[in-house]
Design a protein around this ligand. Structure first.
Ligand code: FEO
Length: 407
């Protein structure tokens, strides 16, 4: 865990986490940071805590000592969001400090009780409520429900114009030496943008309409610094992450980068022959291609890669009268994440009967995904030259349809 000074009286405490499945689901190839913030006036507040893993709260207490904060004298726990990656330490904290107030929304208050037992010292806040810590440090609270839990709020510090945004404006990815946007190299900026896409698509994508409202609310505040619960702090250009998040919302509803993702699976290599052919066509046409073979790809990578692409090719054979199960499961997951209005094309092999196409249409319909498919191509056994011709035609039509979707 590291301590990083943001301004007089404000510090970030940040720890890198690896080897975990985020939310118990998402394999995060490049780790994630958990950021907590201390604001010190006459009174002291901690905004978002840390995960409750063995030894983690104790490490936090030690670091607090290094910035002259005695954890026993923390007055306020500002719970922007109750998910245990931020609140898991509350039980430990209650053992060393019996005189503090939790500040949170009404929805978070119910969750505090259900997760950590009856809690008497809760102050429920609403839009615009304030808390004066003294020495010029004044906090205000701004609920942003359903990004992704219903309890979430922003905390804003008016002296430094800092927005403590919790999950909003967060990203996966560990931070090494650099924690502020103005310290980052071009490679690091690109890294955190990619990790922001992965984080958004995995964790928040289902709630894109609510994220849009949260972006609007942040634009109504006078912000110099955005300090999220995961990932870098933005102090040189906080507008960038707001603009990135607006673009990610558009990826949720069908737009994307000028890239094609081929989401594919093959039992004995027949569909793979067509995938290899499709890749040569796309290469000839100068498109960036992301090839995701299921079930070998992680769910996190699959969701993030389809999410950011303006065009999608589904390549999967029929298996037991339905679609090859790992690809069918992937599309179901994209439906749960409400990734809608993508332009797409599908081809695949069958042995003695089809069925994949019918199941694909059912999945798209059931999840109200509204994907726009060009005419699908099914071939018996191995693809023949006439099948390759149809696949090439389908790809060229897909590229045409992608033009309006590329941002
Ligand atoms: Fe970072 Fe929704 O927890």
């Amino acid at each position: 865990m590291k301590k990083i000074k943001i301004a007089d009286g404000i510090h970030m405490l940040s720890m890198n986490v690896e080897d975990m499945l985020f939310e118990g689901i998402w394999e995060i190839a490049n780790g994630v940071t958990l950021n907590s913030y201390i604001v010190k006036g006459d009174k002291t507040a901690i905004i978002d805590g840390v995960i409750g893993w063995d030894g983690v709260p104790e490490t936090l207490y030690k670091i607090l000592g290094e910035i002259d904060v005695d954890p026993k004298e923390i007055d306020y726990l500002i719970v922007n969001h109750m998910e245990p990656d931020h609140s898991g330490w509350i039980e430990s904290f209650k053992k060393i400090n019996d005189d503090f107030t939790i500040v949170c929304t009404d929805k978070a208050a119910k969750l505090v009780t259900s997760f950590y037992g009856d809690e008497e010292n809760i102050r429920v806040v609403k839009e615009g409520d304030t808390l004066n810590l003294g020495k010029g440090k004044k906090l205000s609270f701004h609920p942003v429900p359903n990004v992704h839990w219903p309890d979430t709020m922003y905390t804003y510090e008016s002296d430094t114009k800092t927005l403590f945004s919790c999950d909003m404006y967060g990203a996966f990815g560990k931070m090494d030496e650099h924690h502020f946007d103005d310290e980052m190299t071009d490679e690091e900026i690109e890294f955190f943008e990619d990790e922001g896409i992965r984080y958004f698509s995995n964790v928040m994508g289902t709630f894109a309409p609510m994220v849009k409202k949260a972006i609007k609310k942040s634009k109504e505040l006078d912000i110099d610094i955005i300090a999220p619960g995961h990932g870098p702090i933005y102090r040189q250009n906080p507008q960038k992450i707001m603009s990135d998040y607006s673009r990610f919302c558009k990826y949720s509803s069908g737009s994307g980068k000028k890239e094609i993702t081929i989401l594919w699976g093959s039992m004995y290599g027949m569909t793979k022959k067509a995938v290899d052919f499709a890749e040569t066509v796309l290469e000839r046409e100068g498109l960036k291609v992301n090839s995701l073979e299921m079930p070998l790809e992680s769910e996190s990578e699959m969701v993030a890669t389809v999410f950011k692409s303006a065009g999608v090719i589904i390549a999967a054979p029929t298996y037991e009268y339905k679609m090859f199960p790992p690809v069918a499961a992937a599309i179901e997951e994209l439906g749960r994440k409400k990734i809608t209005n993508k332009v797409a094309f599908r081809f695949g092999s069958y042995g003695w009967s089809g069925g994949a196409e019918r199941e694909l249409k059912e999945i798209i319909e059931r999840n109200r995904m509204k994907w726009d498919f060009v005419e699908m191509v099914e071939f018996e056994g191995a693809p023949k030259s006439e099948d390759f011709n149809k696949i090439e035609e389908g790809i060229l039509k897909l590229l045409e349809n992608m033009k309006d979707k590329t941002i």
